[in-house]
Write a protein that binds this ligand. Structure first.
Ligand code: AHM
Ligand code: MG
Length: 334
C-alpha cells in the first residue's frame, strides 16, 4: 500500500482549495462527471454480453429496451449532469440542439460540452473507446445557458477531460493546473490517482492518421507523412505508425509516449471529421497543459472562434515539435 491514496474527489477538492473564493460548485460538477463515467464504464465493460442478453433496440429479459451504448452514455450524462445543480445548459455530439436543464432543477454557472462515447463504431471489436468533456463558465445574462455561451474559443475552457474505457478505465482531466490521470479500481468503485502531472515528450516517435485517405490529402500533409517515413538524417529511424481509429485511445497513447495525431481535411471533407466543440477543444486544452500543441494546420485550435455547435475542424495534435513541423510542411506547400 503506498503512503497515501488519492481519490479523484480528494484531488479535485485539494485543487479547489488553492482558490479561497471557490464555492465548491466546480468540485461538485467534476464529481458528478466522474460518477457518470463509472456508470458508463460498467455498461461498456459488459458490452460483449449484450448479444446474450438482448439485441439493442429490443427488450431485454427484464422488459427494458436495450439501448445502443452511445445513446446510453448520452442519456446517463444528461440525466446525471442535468440534475446536479451546477450547469445551466449542455450540448452533446449526439444532439443537434442545446440540451436545457430540466424544469424544477437548480441551475448553475457552468456549461458543458460532451461527446458521450467517441469511437463507438469500435465497440463490437472490444477496442478502447472514450467520453470527452469540456466545461466553460456561462457568460450570458439570465439563468439558462444560451447558444452564445457555447461560442467561446477553447482558450476559455475552465476544465476539460476524457475517460478511456480500455484495459482499465481511466479519467484524465485538467483545470489548467497540469494534467492528472486516475485509474478506476472497480473493486472499491473509486478513481485513484495513478498519473500525476502528465507531461508529453516535446518530440515523439509515433504518427497516427488514417492513411487510407492519403491520395485525397493536400500536398503539405502528404509531404509531412512521407518525411516521417523517410527521415533525412543518416541512420535515423522512421516514425512508427499507430492508428486505432478511436480518438481517445490514439490520443491517450500519444500523450503518454509522445507523437502526433492527425485528422486533416481531405477532398471529400475539407474540414476533416472531428468536431471543434466536442473533440478538438477539450483534447487541445489537455495537450497544451501537458506541454504539447494542437493546430488546424495554421492556427492554434484553442484560438478558433466557434460558429456552430457541430462545426468540424482539421486536427493536428500531440508533441509540440512534431505539430510545428507539420505546420511548416503545410506552409511550404502553399
Ligand atoms: P465518432 O464521433 O462518430 O465516434 O467518430 C470519431 C472517430 C474518432 O474516434 C476517430 O479518431 C475517427 O472517428 C476515426 O475516423 P476514420 O475511421 O475516418 O479514420
Ligand atoms: Mg466523436
Amino acid at each position: 500500500m503506498p503512503d497515501s491514496v488519492v481519490t479523484i474527489d480528494r484531488h479535485i477538492l485539494e485543487q479547489q482549495q488553492k482558490y479561497p473564493e471557490a464555492t465548491g460548485g466546480f468540485s461538485g460538477l467534476m464529481s458528478s462527471i466522474s460518477f457518470a463515467a463509472k456508470i458508463i464504464s460498467r455498461e461498456v465493460n459488459k458490452a460483449g454480453l449484450v448479444e446474450l442478453l438482448g439485441i439493442t433496440g429490443q427488450e431485454n429479459v427484464h422488459g427494458e429496451v436495450v439501448q445502443k451504448l452511445d445513446v446510453y452514455a448520452h442519456n446517463v450524462i444528461v440525466q446525471m449532469l442535468g440534475t446536479c445543480g451546477y450547469l445551466s445548459a449542455m450540448i452533446s455530439e449526439e444532439r443537434e440542439d442545446l440540451i436545457p436543464i430540466p424544469e424544477g432543477y437548480p441551475l448553475g454557472k457552468y456549461i458543458l460540452t460532451f461527446d458521450p462515447l467517441d469511437g463507438s463504431a469500435n465497440i463490437d471489436a472490444n477496442v478502447s473507446i472514450g467520453s470527452i468533456f469540456g466545461i466553460y463558465e456561462k457568460l450570458s445574462s439570465g439563468d439558462r445557458g444560451k447558444k452564445e455561451d457555447f461560442m467561446q474559443p477553447g482558450n476559455k475552457l475552465v476544465a476539460s477531460g476524457y475517460v478511456i474505457y480500455g484495459s482499465s478505465t481511466m479519467f484524465v482531466y485538467s483545470t489548467g493546473q497540469g494534467v492528472h490521470g486516475f485509474t478506476l479500481d472497480s473493486s472499491i468503485g473509486e478513481f485513484l490517482l495513478s498519473h500525476e502531472t502528465i507531461k508529453t515528450p516535446k518530440k515523439g516517435k509515433i504518427y497516427s492518421v488514417n492513411e487510407g485517405n492519403f491520395n485525397s490529402w493536400d500536398d503539405g500533409i502528404k509531404n509531412f507523412i512521407m518525411s516521417l517515413k523517410n527521415p533525412e538524417a543518416a541512420g535515423a529511424k522512421p516514425y512508427s505508425s499507430r492508428y486505432i481509429g478511436s480518438l481517445v485511445a490514439d490520443f491517450h497513447r500519444n500523450l503518454l509516449y509522445g507523437g502526433i495525431f492527425l485528422y486533416p481535411g481531405n477532398r471529400r471533407n475539407p474540414r476533416g471529421k472531428l468536431r471543434l466543440l466536442y473533440e478538438a477543444n477539450p483534447l487541445s486544452f489537455i495537450i497544451e497543459q501537458a506541454g504539447g500543441y494542437a493546430s488546424d494546420g495554421s492556427k492554434r485550435i484553442l484560438d478558433i472562434q466557434p460558429e456552430s455547435f457541430h462545426q468540424r475542424v482539421p486536427l493536428i495534435i500531440g508533441s509540440e515539435e512534431d505539430v510545428r513541423n507539420c505546420e511548416k510542411f503545410i506552409r511550404e506547400s502553399q
